[in-house]
Design a protein around this ligand. Structure first.
Ligand SMILES: [Zn+2]
Length: 343
């Protein structure tokens, strides 16, 4: 099979499109013929050695897999060749304290598909059967691959790590990103009044199209002042944050008394200065969110199947052009998701 392998990390990294032996499933595993696989910032971190874990090379990236099962290993029940599936990229043991209570993304033995083991930028990928989610009938592979990781991350933030009450003000950072474009739609469906941010007019236009009632220009230094003005100086109840750095700090200037910031990423910087005074005086909450559960994926795909959430697909690339897709995502000029189509 053809597989895109990262052979040297860097910015850009060095990739090779190689012919490898077809993979075989071990006990409890299946082989998925990949029909589409979303590209994410996680892949850029892998490429540039930006993850705080060592990664043996060569490695095939790609965690946002949609495809059909082609082979089923021993000890797999309930799945057969031809089943249309998505994969939970936060691989989990299913047995530890955290898995048993339903928090599979913080599994003590957790691994990342496409980082700790080879991912979906290949014609075939081996996945533990316990990580599979069945695609709703009628849902196409591109839609699944555009929502399985980023979209369900937003679902996890808005319905698992926090809750939204109808009428709440929700600020979605980076509304044109994979997480942001899904978060706007999910928050809107939950009855929220959504404000978003964007660094270009085309990104702000997309965020408005997706349902944000106001979108502020994040290149203006005091953009939080506009958010406060939009909410009658009150501030927002919830911030969906994934950018980090100075942006994260400014989110506190947008937050109402009793409000919550939930963060799932830090593409602009992981170390920030935090003033604890307003955090406790205003009884605010800061919540971490990592990955998703299979229930979040199922909910996201079910919503997509009935049109409650739509994928935003910037572009698709054949496997051979995947390095160009990495460069495009790094350029920060992407509206929604980039997909790699190996088959
Ligand atoms: Zn576990």
């Amino acid at each position: 099979m053809k597989a895109l392998q990262l052979v040297a990390q860097g910015q850009p990294g060095t990739f090779k499109l190689n012919n490898l032996p077809d993979p075989q499933p071990g006990p409890g595993e299946v082989v998925v013929r990949v029909r589409a696989c979303g590209l994410n910032h996680l892949d850029l971190w892998l490429e540039s050695a930006g993850l705080p874990i060592p990664v043996p090379l060569p490695r095939t990236p790609g965690g946002e897999v949609a495809g059909e099962i082609s082979l089923v290993g021993d000890e797999v029940a309930g799945w057969k060749p031809g089943d249309r599936v998505a994969a939970q990229s936060n691989l989990f043991c299913g047995e530890c304290e955290f898995c048993r209570r339903g928090d599979e993304s913080i599994c003590i033995k957790g691994e990342l598909l496409g980082v700790s083991r080879n991912g979906g930028f290949a014609e075939n990928v081996v996945v533990p059967a316990r990580a599979l989610v069945k695609l709703p009938s009628g849902l196409d592979f591109n839609t699944s691959a555009a929502l399985t990781l980023a979209g369900s991350t937003a679902m996890h933030m808005l319905t698992n790590r926090t809750q939204v009450t109808p009428g709440d003000w929700v600020l979605v950072m980076g509304g044109a990103s994979g997480v942001g474009s899904a978060a706007i739609q999910i928050a809107k469906q939950l009855g929220a009044r959504v404000i978003s941010t964007g660094s270009t007019e085309s990104k702000r236009h997309l965020a408005r199209q997706l349902g944000a009632q106001a979108v502020v220009d994040s290149t203006v230094d005091d953009w939080p002042a506009e958010v406060r003005q939009l909410t009658g100086k009150r501030g927002v109840d919830l911030v969906i944050e994934h950018i980090g750095g100075d942006v994260f700090t400014k989110c506190f200037d947008c937050l109402a008394r009793g409000g919550t910031i939930v963060t799932c990423g830090a593409t602009a910087g992981r170390e920030v200065r935090l003033n604890l005074w307003p955090l406790f005086v205003k009884q605010q909450r800061l919540i971490g969110s990592y990955g998703r559960t299979r229930a979040d994926i199922q909910a996201t795909l079910d919503w997509a199947a009935i049109g409650k959430i739509n994928p935003v697909i910037d572009s698709t690339y054949p496997l051979a052009d995947a390095p160009a897709a990495f460069a495009k995502l790094r350029s920060r000029s992407v509206l929604g998701k980039i997909l790699i189509l190996p088959n």
